[in-house]
Structures are given as C-alpha cells and as structure tokens.
Design a protein around this ligand. Structure first.
Ligand code: 6GU
Length: 249
C-alpha cells in the first residue's frame, strides 16, 4: 500500500516512520510512505501556503492552489485502482478500527495534514474523499493524526504482523477486524509476564494453573470489568450473556 502525506512539516515524519512495525513494513516493501512538502507546490518567492480567512476572524487558512497542485501531481504519477484522498481535521469523521480496516484494502491513501484554522473548503469539496479526525480534542495540526492513520492501517495489511492472531483478539478488533468497538467488542484483558512475583505482587494464580478453561473465564471477567470501569459506553452495544452477568457479579 502507498501512503502519500502532504504536510508543511516534512521533517516531522522522520521519527515516527523509522521505528517498529511501520519501519519494518517499509523495509519489506509492504508499504511505501512518501512525504510531500506543501511548500514545494507554491509558486511565489515566499513559498506561501496560507492566507487570512475571507469574512474575517482569527487564524490562517491553507490556500487551495498548492494543495490542488500537490494532489494532482500525486494522482498523475501513479495508476491506482483504489485510491482515496483523506483530509485530517478535527472536523472529520471519527477514525476507528472499523474505518482503519476499510482503508486497509486501498492501494493508495493520500493524506493531507490540515493546519492553522483550516483548509480552504474548495479543497475539501473538489479533491477530498473523506475527512477524518482521530478523536475529540484539538491538535495543532494533522501530522500526528497522519502517523496514527499510517500505523493503524499498516498493521492490518496482510503479512505485516508475524503473529496474525494477535491483531484479532485485541481490544476493538473482532474476528473480521471489520466491526468497531461500538458494534460489539470489549477492552482487552490484563496481561502478565515474568517474574511471577514483583515487589510483593504476585501474578494471579489462575494464569499459572494450566487450566485453559479457567484462564478463558478469568480473562473474560477481567475484560468485562475493565470495560465497565474505563469504557462503559462500549457495554451498551455488547450483548452480555447470562455467564457474563454472573462473571461481573
Ligand atoms: Cl485529524 N487534526 C487536528 N488538528 N486535530 C485533531 C485531529 C486532527 N483529530 C483530533 N484532533
């Protein structure tokens, strides 16, 4: 899969893209991430990317011309059978696991990092397929959100994770990877590793007992408790069985 990121802070991405799974996926040729400096698509001496909003008000707005030029160049460079242009903005639709899964079937995602007070709406209307936000808070720009998008989508691509089952059991994922948490999923259960005792705290006995059945029940109970404590909103959509109700007490 190809990711094309349009940003005014190209150097921002050096760190996030050169570690861990995203780095490995690039090395193995499973993804290609290209960073485009929006200023390279300006034509004036000052390489101007923004201007004051019509109608007045605070802040600056990203001008349409450099973004149109950048996106058209990216689109012309490559034939892509499934390509989407995505604007990262707090005004977007909320990014969720289900949406990450949908985007993982694309062969190209063009990510525009919003900045300042916004982006000229003609860009959104003419060029953008989807506006995405990563959550209900305001960031100073879309760069962090673009990194979140690349990471969340990359790890769903075939062959990226060596252990294909670990992506399936975790919080927010379902067997198909296609349902959102709001459509029936719990937070993950707690995990422990060695040592068995650390500063007087022992690993729960049940995890050492060797009974697969008892471990499964305990994990289900803990997942239910964790979800009730941290994300009670998710339980609204999760059908609790009689056994679940007993586990929760
Ligand atoms: Cl995608 N951009 C900005 N600037 N703020 C955000 C966001 C995106 N998602 C959540 N907050």
């Amino acid at each position: 899969m190809n990711f094309d990121v349009i940003t005014i802070f190209p150097d921002f991405f050096a760190g996030p893209l050169s570690h861990g799974m995203v780095f490995q996926a690039q090395k193995r040729g499973l993804i290609d991430v290209r960073i485009h400096d929006l200023r390279d698509f300006t034509t004036d001496r000052h390489r101007t990317v923004d201007d004051r909003p019509f109608g007045g008000g605070a802040g600056m707005v990203l001008k349409p011309e450099p973004l149109f030029r950048a996106i058209r160049k990216i689109q012309a460079e490559k034939m892509a059978s499934a390509r989407k242009v995505i604007l990262l903005t707090p005004q977007g639709k909320r990014f969720q696991q289900r949406i990450a899964f949908q985007f993982s079937s694309l062969d190209q995602a063009v990510l525009i990092c919003g900045r300042y007070e916004g982006v000229d709406e003609r860009v959104t209307e003419c060029l953008v397929d989807e506006e995405l936000s990563i959550g209900d808070y305001v960031l100073s720009g879309g760069e962090l959100a673009a990194c979140v998008f690349v990471d969340a989508v990359t790890r769903l691509l075939p062959g990226v994770l060596n252990n294909s089952s670990s992506a399936v059991n975790e919080s927010f994922a379902t067997l198909e990877g296609s349902l959102s948490s709001a459509e029936g999923s719990l937070l993950d259960y707690p995990h422990y590793t060695r040592p068995e005792e650390f500063e007087g705290q022992r690993v729960p006995e049940v995890l050492l007992c060797g009974s697969h059945k008892r471990v499964e029940l305990w994990r289900r109970k803990k997942a239910l408790e964790k979800t009730l404590k941290n994300r009670p909103d998710l339980l609204q959509y999760t059908a609790l069985s009689e056994e679940d109700k007993q586990l929760l007490g």
